[in-house]
Design a binder for this molecule. Sequence first.
Ligand code: WT7
Length: 574
Amino acid sequence: MGKDNVEIIAVEATQANMMDYEEASRSFDWADVEKRFSWHETGNINLAYEAIDRHAASERRDHIALHYSDPVRSESYTFEQLRQQSNRAANMLRKLGIGKGDRVFIFMPRTPELYFTLLGIIKIGAIAGPLFEAFMETAVKDRLADSGAVAIITTPKLVERVPSHELPELQHVILVGDEQDITAPYIDFAKEMQQASTEAEIEWVDLDDGLILHYTSGSTGKPKGVYHVHRAMIQQEYTGRIVLDLQENDIYWCTADPGWVTGTSYGIFAPWLNGVTNVVRGGRFSPQDWYKTIGRYQVTVWYSAPTAFRMLMGAGDEVVQQYDLSSLRHVLSVGEPLNPEVIRWGYRVYGQRIHDTWWMTETGAQLICNYPRMDIRPGSMGRPIPGVEAAIIDDAGNVLPPLRMGNLAIKTPWPSMMYKIWNNPAKFEEYTRIPGWYISGDSAYMDEDGYFWFQGRIDDVINTSGERVGPFEVESKLVEHPAVAEAGVIGKPDPVRGEVIKAFISLREGYTATEELKQEITRFVKEGLSAHAAPREIEFKDKLPKTRSGKIMRRVLKAWELELPTGDLSTIED
Ligand code: WT7
């Protein structure tokens, strides 16, 4: 595609033009970003110090760091108050003997306590493992077992899904809730926090010491623990400034849960490293509630996901008119392809250009983006940020010319790149198999002006409502059901969710294909794994297409579903 036939939503004339980008890319040096941190002078490194304590020791001490609300609570905390609460959490954990390098999990809904705890974990040099509250027992167990977690902070309700007896390394279970619901051996979070001092020594670490573990899905095997280190803060601070465009008096709202990487890198680290007010809204999604949140706090910068924007679009233009969204200055999206239609709608109804950003759990921070000062080409993810080099390469590692489709790859390293996959060096090597490059697993092409256009996943990973689901994990759960002989799982295109999970199932002898059985199987996955991993659609088949080695051919299932030619079937069983 040349420039002439590309749709452009141009940057406003009052703003600088793309020359800034070229200029910035030419003169860019990560060392300049490092100079913005206090450790550059003191040598004392800890992300939580840079995000909280540094501001608490400055004239921003009494600036609001967190506006939290849900349908029943509504609280705000300054940087100084967050410093004290996270110190209490750090002391609580230290008292239990937890320290540097230990894995400590958090499994609870978005509440202020979640944020205090996560910062407290980081302050003592431990490694935080945030889990989405919708995870069920198998999902929780797999992650705690793989990481050898020594402690978990959860709630009296969610603790039912933590199978302590099957987790020999798990020594401490801390519960956030009402005192009367908490009995030994469980530890009462509120009581411990109250007794703990508001002053704590920070554990100074190395830039390459562990920070956080985010489990994410691939096409095969169990979810893998993506391990990030303190160095990631360099890119999180930087992209917070140049991509989120965070400025001193911004009120910033990232809608993601910290159980996913967006909810930590951009729901915690980027805003606080920049000393900016962060809004957290607990509870469920509803268009009214979300618009009200923007008006109530006068949100200026808003970071969300295509699936949410599509649901808001579905709720209609009239709802928008009932709320005050005039505070918005900058709107961004991540997680899956942002439909041009959504961009046009957002421009018309919010008066905002929605800026797409591309990155992954493994990359730790944004890499390919639409900057504030850049023409938007709807359907494109944007251009690599200054400091990052992206290319389309073939399987042999040759860089392809513009307009050719291939592997979206990033020149290694960059500051927030994952440091390793926990317990699984072989998996890590799959990403770095071509020397000098990180292979994302996405296919894309670059246009003649350096804009990147997403084409799809190269593997079978499903992206439903912006959440990554590994088909293998779902298939494994499905075959645990007594009626299921074999299962193959694919992503089926869906106008709102991007993809939905569809399962093809062959039944065991003696079971009949009924509507009730479908519902029961769905419930089984929901309760065993998590709601977002449960199939929305089930189709029973007498037999599933398999290779001679017995691998279910998802590619053929997908072709069936889309009524496409099934392609090369030479390896099929019969
Ligand atoms: C995968 C990563 C870290 C962000 C949240 C998702 C897809 C992400 C885009 C985008 C098209 C996108 C890719 C990527 N993806 N952003 N702007 N346009 N696709 O993180 O769960 O690690 O998933 O999400 O396929 O590989 P994740």
